[in-house]
Write a protein that binds this ligand. Structure first.
Ligand code: PGA
Length: 254
């Protein structure tokens, strides 16, 4: 049984003061929901303050990125150990990182390895662009991202819970144009789990959680969570509104 996971990707929103306000609104509502792993991923500058507020709450904390090197002259970057001091999770290879910050399957792979070595749970994002989708290349693109992004990892059945994949069609992110739940599920069933099986074997592939991301809202969340291979959501815009994020998390608890 895969435990549902709902993660909020705050992107570049919320100062520390704003983050404190949002977390204070989120905690009571989220704590009342059982059976779902809940994760907040604020910007780096908010992490310490949010970590203090989440202590003992059972709500997890994640970063939105890390560098793969342990330390060094990498101005503006944050190391895996720095992230692991405050977080249990880290988003890797989000399409905005791939699109605006030149991340590739190779850098994603380095980051995933570094995160796992540090005991972090990576939430590895994959997904096709609108042009790739329209050209019918979804399966090809997503299977390449899985194969290269997750190459050469040691994942056992026991550690499979510490690897999370998020399928986020780029054309569905922040556009209000969500993928159909059946369409997203088909990519997971026909492309992502088979890719995981090839890399790690069937038992691991069945234990890795796969999230859907892209315009998940309170009114469509249930549809996704009812699908056989969708184990939760990576929520952007709606994670910035306490009521919406709590409602989405509630929908995952069935
Ligand atoms: P969205 O973003 O929910 O605002 O579409 C999802 C994401 O980018 O993780």
């Amino acid at each position: 049984m895969r435990q549902p996971l709902v993660a909020g990707n705050w992107k570049m929103y919320k100062t520390v003061a704003e983050a404190r306000q949002l977390v204070s609104e989120l905690v009571p509502g989220l704590q009342a929901i059982g059976g779902v792993e809940k994760v907040l991923c604020p910007p780096f500058t908010d992490l310490m303050a949010v970590a203090a507020l989440l202590e003992g709450s059972g709500i997890g904390l994640g970063a939105q990125n890390l560098h793969w090197e342990a330390q060094g002259a990498f101005t503006g970057e944050i190391s895996p150990a720095m992230v692991a001091e405050v977080c249990k999770y880290v988003i890797i290879g989000h399409s905005e990182r791939r699109q605006y910050f030149a991340e590739t399957d190779t850098t994603v792979n380095r980051k995933v390895k570094a995160a796992l070595a540090q005991g972090l749970t990576p939430i590895v994002c994959v997904g096709e662009t609108l042009a790739e989708y329209e050209a019918g290349r979804t399966a090809e693109v997503v299977s390449r991202q899985i194969k290269l992004g997750l190459a050469d990892l040691e994942i056992s059945e026991a550690s499979a819970g510490s690897l999370v994949v998020a399928y986020e069609p780029v054309w569905a992110i922040g556009t209000g144009k969500a993928a159909t739940s059946a369409g997203a599920n088909a990519v997971m069933t026909d492309v992502i789990r088979p890719g995981l099986t090839e890399l790690f074997g069937a038992a691991v592939a069945q234990s890795v959680r796969i999230l859907y991301g892209g315009s998940v809202k309170p009114d469509n969340a249930k549809e996704y969570f009812n699908q056989s291979d969708i184990d939760g959501a990576l929520v952007g815009g709606a994670s910035l509104k306490a009521g919406d994020f709590i409602a989405i998390t509630k929908a995952a608890a069935h």
